[in-house]
Design a protein around this ligand. Structure first.
Ligand SMILES: Cc1cc2nc3c(=O)[nH]c(=O)nc-3n(C[C@H](O)[C@H](O)[C@H](O)COP(=O)(O)O)c2cc1C
Length: 184
């Protein structure tokens, strides 16, 4: 498997986490090798087994449960050129913006030197919060790529900004980003 086909999909604790399962399935159909890293909150919303079955790869949920001698995030960072965080919570956006690495996903994001695609999903009030705005601004300045969120019906019942982009849109952006780097 060439480097450009190795993708790490970070799934954070948003209700939109179920859509990451659809994204995983679409990526595998497009012959990407997907390694899923779930935050602890994400595992409360969607079962790890779902991502294991769809990706056909071991799902990373902890920094501490890897059988290899080498910390898994370093080996993964060597192989994968694209990290997609979908859904991205206000929390993971804030952690990456501040350089916090206190779980498997934030630690991986810190060691990843390739492109990072962020698909935020949150309640509109959270999305408009000045801290979230500042953090997104910081990440954009650092070259992270954002997709969405769009306007639509949110889990809280509101019709507003904060809805994660649809898996087909995220897939199209991933294909674009991996194509730019060439077939490698
Ligand atoms: C049912 C439920 C849905 C949630 N949805 C979101 C969401 O869409 N976006 C968000 O930023 N936080 C959401 N949260 C809050 C996050 O789960 C919480 O901030 C958590 O600390 C995020 O951790 P993580 O970034 O490590 O996954 C939700 C919480 C619950 C209980």
């Amino acid at each position: 498997m060439s480097e450009g086909r190795n993708i790490v999909l970070g799934v954070a604790g948003s209700i939109a986490a179920y859509k990451a399962a659809d994204l995983t399935s679409r990526l595998v159909k497009e012959k990407f090798n997907v390694t899923v890293i779930m935050t602890e909150s994400a595992t409360r919303l969607v079962g790890e087994r779902t991502f294991f079955t769809l990706s056909r790869n071991k799902v990373v949920t902890s920094l501490w449960e890897l059988p290899e001698w080498q910390p898994g995030h370093i080996e993964l960072a060597r192989k994968a050129s694209l990290l997609v965080i979908a859904p991205a919570t206000a929390n993971i956006i804030g952690k990456i913006a501040s350089g916090i690495a206190d779980d498997a996903l934030s630690t991986y994001a810190m060691s990843h030197s390739g492109t990072i695609l962020v698909a935020p999903a949150m309640n509109a009030r959270m999305w408009r919060n000045p801290a979230v705005r500042d953090n997104c601004g910081k990440l954009m300045k650092r070259g992270l790529v954002f997709i969405g969120p769009g306007k639509g019906s949110l889990a809280c019942g509101d019709e507003d900004d904060g809805r994660m982009s649809e898996p087909v849109e995220i897939l199209a952006r991933i294909k674009e980003l991996t194509r730019k780097r060439g077939p490698g």
